[in-house]
Design a protein around this ligand. Structure first.
Ligand SMILES: Cc1cc2nc3c(=O)[nH]c(=O)nc-3n(C[C@H](O)[C@H](O)[C@H](O)COP(=O)(O)OP(=O)(O)OC[C@H]3O[C@@H](n4cnc5c(N)ncnc54)[C@H](O)[C@@H]3O)c2cc1C
Length: 440
């Protein structure tokens, strides 16, 4: 069948294999023709081609909760369990995940394989920093336990390893205490990029922070943005407030005709959003789902970019060079008139030990582009700016970067390959992405 990631580009024809338990998973792995590509597929929320291959192994059957230890604040579950299901179970018990990405519809396996980050990386690091251990099925069919202490090299290659070391079967994750499911939100207006950086620095002590940027603004207003700071609402804590929420707004029923998305319609949208939010209240109490997962309320929003799909471009630049690099990227995007709906700027804290983990200390910007031929040369130019400023692109969003770009941005790629070659010598676990990047 034809499949794609969330960006709907690229598309490929693949055989989807759905094992029903770990015994059948082992049979499939052992019977796999070693020269064929096999890759695990979680919820398919990565944007590009990291979970695409000629044979895709669905983790859907790994959907059980195995243990919840409320005292120790840990949960053990199958790798196919979604973060949404964890929140549904944990919030009423006063527990929360330490790190959540911008959608709750990802699986635990996908969150580990991309070492996803949230709006609190500057304070709390990324998802895998809270993974105590996981079991991994290797190409040999053997299941090994990996943690910081046990098989630690394999642990650090699998966390952010994009499924290339094997299939994560289940995992134990540390949780945090939650006193209220509401977020005390404080919003600030930055009239340009410099102000936005200053506000992010000045509010480094805030647990959560994210800036929504108008990437089509120019001149003195280049990088104008709205900054949303957040804290769990400790003041109004009560058991009754620990309520799981799953708001579902209207969905996008079909692909939007691509011509509707042009620099004028995007500029109108960005302008209206900026002005509307600028006038709204600075302090407010919002539900956790609208703070963390605003896009989840619009079903199939990826159809907005038309049937040819879109590319999400996310990069990080180290702190010292971040302002200059991001200014150059924004100027180029704005001059080309190819910007997207509101873009997201976040501050990252220290990098962890995972070999291919994306976050490093600095600033990360995320931009969406409708897929059209003219976009590819522009993205190549953006790559040069990112590299010149010591940055790199996020593998979970990537659908097109070159092998050279990848290797320049991820200096630990050789150590990663050494570990991969040890556990998967014939590179059975490979994806369209890993073939393109020289990782298989
Ligand atoms: C609206 C939206 C917002 C997002 N916001 C953020 C964000 O804020 N921060 C962030 O970091 N990311 C974000 N993402 C990206 C997303 O969190 C990652 O791409 C995540 O990896 C998707 O998980 P998935 O279960 O959908 O995995 P898939 O997309 O199916 O797969 C992603 C990778 O994980 C591997 N994988 C999946 N399951 C397993 C397993 N059991 N064993 C081994 N490997 C496995 C796959 O092989 C593939 O390489 C966002 C995505 C969307 C759509």
């Amino acid at each position: 069948m034809e499949v794609s990631g969330w960006g709907r580009f690229p598309k490929t024809t693949a055989e989807i294999i759905e094992p029903v338990d770990s015994a059948s998973l082992k049979k499939i792995v052992l019977a796999q023709n070693k020269s064929d590509s096999l890759i695990c597929r979680g919820a398919g929320r990565s944007y590009g081609d990291s979970s695409l291959a000629s044979r895709m192994l669905s983790s859907r059957f790994l959907d059980s909760f195995l243990a919840l230890d409320e005292k120790a604040q840990t949960i053990r579950c199958g790798a196919g369990v979604s973060l949404d299901a964890i929140l549904k179970l944990c919030i009423p018990r006063g527990l929360f995940l330490k790190v959540v990405p911008g959608t709750r519809f990802v699986t635990v396996g996908g969150a580990i394989a991309a070492d996803v980050h949230g709006k609190n990386h500057h304070q709390d690091g990324s998802f895998c920093d809270y993974v105590q251990n996981f079991s991994l099925m290797l190409a040999s069919g053997e299941i090994v336990i990996c943690s910081e202490q046990e098989n630690s090299e394999l642990f650090h290659a699998t966390c952010a390893g994009m499924g290339l070391t094997g299939v994560i079967v289940d995992a134990t994750i540390a949780l945090e205490k939650l006193s209220s499911a509401s977020i005390r939100q404080h919003s600030l207006v930055a009239n340009n990029l410099k102000e936005c950086f200053e506000l992010l620095e000045a509010n480094n002590g805030s647990k959560y922070s994210v800036a929504w940027l108008d990437c089509l603004s120019r001149g003195d207003e280049l990088g104008r943005s709205l900054l949303f700071l957040g804290e769990h609402d400790e003041e109004n804590e009560s058991r009754a407030k620990l309520k799981y929420r799953s708001r579902g707004g209207p969905g996008i029923p079909f692909s939007t005709p691509a011509f509707l998305l042009n620099r004028f319609t995007m500029a109108i949208f960005n302008n209206s959003y900026f002005n509307l939010k600028k006038r709204s209240k600075q302090e407010s109490i919002v539900d956790y789902d609208s703070y963390f997962f605003p896009l989840d309320n619009i079903g199939n929003w990826n159809r907005l970019y038309g049937s040819k799909g879109f590319l999400q471009y996310q990069f990080v630049i180290p702190t010292d060079a971040a302002f200059e690099g991001i200014s150059k990227v924004l100027s180029k995007v704005s001059a080309a008139g190819k910007g997207s709906f509101l873009s997201v700027l976040k501050k990252f804290g220290k990098q962890n030990k995972n070999l291919l983990s994306f976050p490093r200390e600095g600033y990360t910007l995320t931009l969406d582009f409708k897929r059209e031929e003219k976009i590819f040369p522009l993205l190549n130019e953006l790559d040069e700016i990112v590299l010149d400023h010591g940055g790199r692109l996020y593998l979970a969003k990537d659908a097109r970067m070159s092998e050279a770009m990848f290797k320049a941005g991820y200096p630990e790629w050789e150590r990663f390959l050494q570990v991969k070659n040890r556990v998967d010598p014939s590179s059975m676990f490979s994806s369209l992405q890993s073939n393109r990047l020289g990782l298989s």
